[in-house]
Design a protein around this ligand. Structure first.
Ligand SMILES: Cc1cc2nc3c(=O)[nH]c(=O)nc-3n(C[C@H](O)[C@H](O)[C@H](O)COP(=O)(O)OP(=O)(O)OC[C@H]3O[C@@H](n4cnc5c(N)ncnc54)[C@H](O)[C@@H]3O)c2cc1C
Length: 405
C-alpha cells in the first residue's frame, strides 16, 4: 500500500477544502488534497456565488465575511483560472416599510463592520436599477459586495493549490483512521496510507459521517436550495439582488417551519444575478429534505413568480433549466471551524450553509494559521467543533454515510 507523508491532509475538496489547501500550500506546507469525487461535485458546484456581507449573521460571521471579501481580489489575482470575480455591488431590496423597519438593527451591524450600506428610496432605487418594480419600497445599496462563479472559483483554488505544490488525490476516500491517544496516527484511504501532521475535515454536507469515523460530532445537515436559470439575453440588472426577506428565510428556520406565509414555508428568499455569459440565475428556497437534490414544481414556480414580481420584464424570458444544491447547515447557524479538543490533530472547516463561497478565503487562511500554530486574525473560538461534543452511538445513527452518487 503506498504511503503518503504530508503536513496537511485535507479531506473534501469543495471550495472550503480547496481554499484551505491553497492557503496552506502557498505558505510552503506539504498538502494532500483528497476528494471522494472531484472538487465541483459537491455543493460548491451547485450554487450561486454572491460574496455578500449584508446577509450574514451579525457578529463574528459578519466580520469573517468582511475580511474574506477583502481577500478576494488578491487571491483571484494569484489564480491561473479566471473565476469571473466581479465587484458588482449588491442591493438588499425592501418590499415595504415594515421590512425597512425590521432590518434596521441588521443594517447597523453591517455598518459596524465598516461596510457601507446606503438607503435608496424608491426613486433612487429605480435610477440605480430601472427594471425593478416601482411597487417596491426601496433598497439598501452595498457597493463593496461582489459575485464570483463558484464552480470556476473552486476549480481555480484546487488548481492554484496544486501549482503551489499540493498533491491532489481525486476519487479517493478514507477507509479508516488509526488513533493513538488523542491523535490520528494514520488514515487508510482507497489510494493508500496517509500519515499527516494535521487532518482537515472539510467534507461539506458529509462532514457528520466523516467526524463519526474518529468520534467527533459535527452535526451538519443538508438544506436544499433550488435555483432557476434563464436563456441568455441582454442583462436587465447590474448588481446582485437579494430581498430583505431572504434574511428570515435563511436565519430563522423555526419561523420558516411554522409560518402561515406559503412563500416563507418554502424558505423562499428572492435573489438574482446576471452571469457574465448572459443567463439570469434566480433563487432560492430552503428545505430540509435529506440528500434529495431534485427540484420541485412548487419551488421553481415560487422562484419564477417572485423574480417577475421584482423584475417584471423577466416575464418575457425563457427558462432554460432548474437545479438544486444542498447547503451544509449547522443548527446554531454558525460554521464549524477550529481544532478539535477530542482528536487534537483534526482541524474542522465545515458547516458554511449559504455562505461558503463568501467565507472560503478567510476559512482557508484560518486553517493555514491553525496548522502553523499561529493565532488567526479573528478569534474563532465560538466556532469550535467542541461545542457539539463527542459522537455517541445514538447520534452516530443519524450521521449517515458518504454517498458517491
Ligand atoms: C442554492 C444555493 C445557493 C448558494 N449561494 C451562495 C452564495 O451566493 N454565496 C455563498 O457564499 N454561498 C452560497 N451557497 C453556499 C455554498 O455553496 C456552500 O456553503 C459551499 O459550497 C460549501 O462548500 P464545501 O466545500 O463545504 O462543501 P462541498 O462543495 O460540498 O465540498 C465537500 C467535498 O467533500 C467531498 N467529500 C465528502 N465526504 C468525503 C469523504 N468521506 N472523503 C473524501 N471526500 C469527501 C465531497 O465529494 C465534496 O467534493 C449556496 C448554496 C446553495 C445550495
Amino acid at each position: 500500500m503506498p504511503l503518503i507523508e504530508t503536513d496537511l491532509a485535507v479531506i473534501g475538496a469543495g471550495i472550503i477544502g480547496s481554499s484551505c489547501a491553497f492557503h496552506a500550500a502557498r505558505r510552503g506546507l506539504r498538502v494532500a488534497l483528497i476528494d471522494a469525487r472531484q472538487p465541483t461535485r459537491g455543493t460548491s458546484g451547485e450554487c450561486d456565488g454572491y460574496v455578500a456581507i449584508s446577509s450574514k449573521k451579525p457578529g463574528l460571521v459578519m466580520e469573517m465575511a468582511a475580511a474574506s471579501k477583502r481577500m478576494y481580489p488578491e487571491v483571484c489575482a494569484a489564480l491561473r483560472i479566471d473565476p469571473q470575480y466581479h465587484p458588482t455591488g449588491g442591493l438588499m431590496i425592501l418590499e415595504d416599510e415594515e421590512t425597512f423597519q425590521s432590518v434596521a438593527g441588521h443594517v447597523e451591524a453591517v455598518r459596524g463592520c465598516g461596510v457601507p450600506m446606503t438607503f435608496l428610496d424608491r426613486s433612487r432605487m429605480l435610477e440605480a436599477e430601472p427594471t425593478l418594480s416601482p411597487a417596491l419600497f426601496g433598497a439598501y445599496e452595498v457597493p463593496v459586495e461582489a459575485v464570483v462563479n463558484p464552480y470556476r472559483m473552486t476549480l481555480a483554488l484546487a488548481d492554484a493549490a496544486r501549482a503551489a505544490g499540493a498533491v491532489a488525490h481525486w476519487e479517493t476516500r478514507p477507509l479508516g483512521f488509526e488513533l493513538e491517544g488523542k491523535r490520528i496516527k494514520a488514515m487508510d484511504t482507497t489510494a493508500g496510507r496517509v500519515v499527516a501532521q494535521h487532518y482537515v475535515f472539510s467534507a461539506g454536507i458529509w462532514s457528520r459521517a466523516l467526524g463519526a469515523m474518529v468520534g467527533i460530532d459535527l452535526p451538519v445537515a443538508p438544506r436544499r436550495g433550488e435555483l432557476v436559470v434563464t436563456e441568455r439575453c441582454k442583462g436587465m440588472v447590474k448588481r446582485y439582488l437579494q430581498s430583505a426577506r431572504y434574511l428570515t428565510a435563511k436565519g430563522k428556520p423555526d419561523e420558516v417551519a411554522t409560518t402561515a406565509d406559503p412563500l416563507m414555508r418554502l424558505g423562499h428568499g428572492f435573489c438574482l444575478e446576471w452571469t457574465p455569459e448572459g443567463n439570469c440565475m434566480m433563487g432560492s428556497s430552503r428545505a430540509f429534505v435529506g440528500y434529495d437534490r431534485r427540484t420541485t414544481p412548487w419551488g421553481v414556480a415560487a422562484i419564477v413568480q417572485e423574480a417577475i414580481r421584482y423584475v417584471p420584464a423577466l416575464a418575457r424570458v425563457n427558462i432554460l433549466r432548474s437545479f438544486s444544491g444542498l447547503r451544509p447547515f449547522v443548527p446554531d447557524g454558525k460554521p464549524i471551524i477550529g481544532r478539535s479538543g477530542l482528536v487534537e490533530n483534526v482541524i474542522v472547516a465545515t458547516g458554511h450553509e449559504g455562505d461558503g463561497i463568501c467565507l472560503s478565503q478567510i476559512t482557508g487562511e484560518i486553517v493555514a494559521d491553525l496548522a502553523q500554530g499561529r493565532a488567526p486574525r479573528l478569534d474563532v473560538s465560538p466556532l469550535t467543533p467542541d461545542r457539539f461534543g463527542a459522537m455517541t452511538a445514538e447520534k452516530r445513527a443519524e450521521a449517515g454515510a458518504f454517498e458517491a452518487a
